[in-house]
Design a protein around this ligand. Structure first.
Ligand code: URP
Ligand code: ZN
Length: 441
């Protein structure tokens, strides 16, 4: 398809310019003000008054994640459609083998699930145990182009690894020039706190945040940084939620260590007051790490603004109320996670750009460009330049919405952003050169 986009303002992580864009066969072919086009144009879009961003990249989603409460509610089909509606054209999900399964076999299985995706996608791959073949398996993955490995310091009874094994993973990955992404929470300490609360009869969802206090995240961050320094490995810390973690990350970056950090809209916009109320209203906020305090939100916005936090992902992992109800009598049984892939860009635009916390260019940087750079997708993704993939969002900066379970596209009957007002939404979303969303705003 040949598409000409005229009169818009192109916004990249570096600059904002008024320019036309011509795309053909999925690639950006020309950018400029008097384009020389000899082909027949299939569609001309007048983008006057609109912003043009590179398609969003969400580096942290869990579609169709198996849990004891069933699969997370969005599969690759429903989740990717919701992502596109919100302007995200690339997803990075996870390959989580079951014990005894090789990383490559798990990757092949996961790829067959992800084939249903309407977005482009790639994966982080998770060693969930250390066996005598793990080293070779990691090397095989790197050879076949998978360079990001995710380890969990929490969930010790299922997919979590001990520090000894994490260090081994870091050593192999570091040597091969890959990256280790980490879920930083002290698993053993959290298990003790959860059981202590339960033994005292504190079983309702309001106790979830008390079982995962900020220091259990920050101390895990500190320890991950220390291991990465020993292993000489680049690391990426997912869903950073609190000020104490930021302090450790900032110090490591100042010391010259390669430590990337991600946060998520829920930690920027929602706080722990959401855990007060009845089960239906509070259990949807049961996620790990939990929502924090207002002071943590300020630290996170500041960290984005100063470049300490590089990306905003969602950790999209929604569950329906019926699934959350598995833990109605014991918060330890509530499946952890919530949706957000559809709302990431509009929330960042409304509460970041329009509230002068970040610039338009920083918005593009954290929602797209940095994820592409960190995870090896740049400059095909995350950029608007000649030769890049034609993944573009034509953004109406004035479109107003109120987020609700009644109008969202995520396949879930719960919505953690219920009632939250947003300004700014995609009018067109173009993925690999095809118009995949045309919204009436
Ligand atoms: O609560 C969360 N974050 N659920 C998704 C799985 C994970 O821990 O990332
Ligand atoms: Zn996650």
């Amino acid at each position: 398809m040949n598409i000409l986009i005229q009169n818009g303002t192109i916004v990249t992580s570096e600059k904002s310019i008024n320019s036309d864009i011509y795309i053909s066969d999925g690639i950006i072919l020309q950018i400029g003000n008097s384009l020389d086009i000899n082909d027949e144009i299939d569609k001309t879009i007048d983008a006057a008054g609109k912003l043009i961003f590179p398609g969003g990249i969400d580096p942290h989603v869990h579609m169709h994640l198996p849990t004891p409460a069933g699969f997370s509610a969005d599969d690759f089909e429903t989740g990717s459609k919701a992502a596109l509606k919100g302007g995200t054209t690339t997803l990075i999900d996870f390959v989580t083998p079951h014990k005894g399964q090789s990383l490559i076999d798990a990757f092949i299985d996961r790829k067959s699930e992800a084939d249903k995706s309407f977005c482009d996608y790639s994966f982080h791959i998770s060693p969930v145990e250390w066996t005598n073949t793990t080293e070779q398996e990691i090397k095989d993955c790197i050879e076949s182009g998978i360079t990001s490995f995710k380890v969990y310091m929490a969930y010790k009874d299922s997919i979590g690894l001990d520090n000894d094994d994490i260090l081994k993973v870091m050593q192999i990955v570091g040597e091969a020039g890959g990256i280790v992404t980490l879920h930083c929470e002290l698993g053993d300490e959290i298990d003790d706190l959860r059981n202590e609360l339960a033994n005292k009869g504190n079983l309702s969802s309001e106790f979830h945040p008390f079982s995962r206090p900020d220091y259990t995240e920050a101390e895990a961050v500190r320890s991950a940084i220390e291991m990465a320094s020993i292993a000489n490995c680049h690391i990426y810390i997912v869903h950073t939620s609190c000020a104490k973690s930021i302090d450790y990350i900032k110090k490591a970056q100042k010391d010259g260590q390669v430590v990337y950090s991600e946060t998520c809209p829920q930690y920027l916009i929602l706080d722990d007051s959401k855990y007060l109320g009845d089960f239906k209203d509070t259990s949807k906020y049961v996620m790990s790490p939990p929502l924090r305090k207002k002071k943590d939100q300020h630290a996170l916005w500041d960290a984005i603004n100063t470049g300490v936090i590089k990306t905003v992902g969602t950790d999209h992992c929604p569950f329906n109320l019926e699934q959350k109800e598995k833990g109605i009598h014991d918060f330890r049984m509530i499946p952890n996670g919530a949706g957000g892939v559809e709302h990431r860009m509009t929330l960042l635009f409304t509460y970041g750009v329009l509230q002068n916390r970040i610039t338009y260019n920083q918005f593009v940087d954290v929602t797209s460009t940095q994820a592409a750079k960190i995870f090896g997708l740049y400059p095909q993704k995350g950029e608007i330049s000649v030769g890049s993939d034609a993944d573009l969002v034509i953004w109406n900066p004035k479109a107003e919405n109120t987020i609700s379970v009644a109008n969202h596209h995520q396949n879930c009957d719960l919505e953690i952003y219920e009632g939250i007002k947003t300004i700014g939404a995609p009018e067109f979303v173009i993925s690999d050169g095809e118009i995949v969303v045309e919204n009436e705003n």
